[in-house]
Design a protein around this ligand. Structure first.
Ligand SMILES: NC(=O)C1=CN([C@@H]2O[C@H](COP(=O)(O)OP(=O)(O)OC[C@H]3O[C@@H](n4cnc5c(N)ncnc54)[C@H](OP(=O)(O)O)[C@@H]3O)[C@@H](O)[C@H]2O)C=CC1
Ligand SMILES: CC(C)(CO)C(=O)C(=O)O
Length: 319
């Protein structure tokens, strides 16, 4: 589906693993989407590659998906799926701000919290939603994406505040328009619970895989890591109670262990970022948690320790 001016229904900002995954399934479903690349050099490299090499269920196809960059964007953006890493979001949006319709639908499909508030401040009239996915994808090279694991995607109001002005009908319509088979996107009636639980699980697994340099499943046989997990979980439960979010994280300790077991062979996204010398999403994960706690007059010593450690390791990586 394209809009009246024949523009794509969705523009996708961040042609990495997740952005390319959505773009490829959209294309395979006959839906016009457009990838927005970082700059002209990236666009030239993409065009030279001939599109995205997309691998799923042992089949690979080269999909020549329409692409542009801030310098070549030639139409107003009505619906934008944002699939950059959390910490890249604001700079990426700034680069195309002039093209974003004031009342655009902006969907952040990324881990971490706290970015949507910043996006809403930049685009006060826009409808800003957050999506959370358990799909798994990775880039085997710059423009080659592998759909590694099937999951589910939930979409809803971009806040952990239970109160929200976003109607379920709006989220449902947007979820449907982003459901490019086999990707399943559904509107959540309680996105606050989804986001808080996801944040808690990321806080309890991601930094620890970096600290102990291990796959998710290896945390389970490491006594020091298990102690850290318990401490992280206890601190999150304490904060959740104070914020009246405790019903969202009932049984958290067991859930964390289950996720580590079910994703045992994964290198967490944070470990992958560190190993590739990239910035991590620690600021939108553990950093967000610690800042929220500070506003409540609470300190979370283990989470703060993990935040500081990841910052230290990232800085060492940069040298
Ligand atoms: N991969 C997965 O399986 C999952 C990922 N997630 C979450 O989804 C989000 C995206 O992850 P993922 O796709 O893996 O990350 P990637 O790093 O693969 O993709 C991010 C993309 O954003 C692009 N980007 C960064 N800055 C800009 C900019 N200024 N302008 C245009 N593009 C820009 C990057 O471009 P460049 O290549 O030029 O740097 C890159 O292509 C993250 O929050 C992640 O935690 C959640 C669940 C699963
Ligand atoms: C759930 C988990 C830990 C799976 O690897 C993840 O979301 C991540 O790596 O960011």
């Amino acid at each position: 589906m394209t809009n009246k001016a024949n523009n794509p229904a969705w523009s996708i900002l961040g042609a990495g693993a997740i952005g390319s995954l959505w773009a490829c399934y959209a294309q395979n479903n006959g839906q016009a989407v457009e990838l927005i690349l970082r700059d002209q050099a990236s666009l030239a490299a993409y065009q030279a590659h001939g599109g995205i090499s997309f691998s799923s269920e042992q089949q690979t196809q080269l999909l020549n998906i329409s692409a542009c960059c801030p310098e070549t964007l030639a139409h107003p953006i009505q619906q934008l799926l944002i699939t950059t890493k959390a910490q890249q979001t604001i700079a990426a949006l700034q680069s195309i701000k002039a093209h974003i319709h004031p009342k655009a639908h902006l969907v952040l499909l990324q881990n971490g919290l706290g970015i949507t508030e910043q996006v809403q401040a930049h685009f006060p009239q826009a409808l800003v939603l957050q999506a959370s996915t358990t799909e798994g994808a990775y880039r085997s090279s710059r423009f080659a994406v592998v759909h590694a694991g099937r999951g589910q995607t939930l979409i809803g109001a971009a806040s952990i505040e239970p109160r929200t002005n976003t109607s379920l009908a709006q989220s449902t319509a947007i979820a449907e328009s982003l459901s490019f088979a086999p990707l399943q996107v559904a509107a959540s009636e309680n996105m606050a619970a989804v986001l808080w639980r996801k944040l808690a699980i990321n806080c309890a697994i991601n930094p620890l895989t970096v600290l102990h340099r291990c796959r998710n499943g290896e945390l389970l046989s490491n006594p020091a890591a298990l102690t850290h997990i318990s401490q992280v979980v206890d601190e999150i439960l304490q904060l959740s109670k104070q914020l009246h979010l405790d019903q969202y994280v009932e049984g958290l300790q067991q859930q964390v262990l289950d996720v580590a077991r079910n994703t045992a062979n994964n290198r967490s996204s944070m470990l992958q970022d560190i190993e590739s010398g990239r910035e991590t999403e620690i600021d939108a994960i553990t950093g967000y948690l610690c800042r929220l706690a500070a506003k409540q007059g609470l300190t979370l010593p283990t989470n703060q320790f993990l935040y500081d450690e990841i910052q230290r390791i990232t800085a060492l990586n940069r040298r």
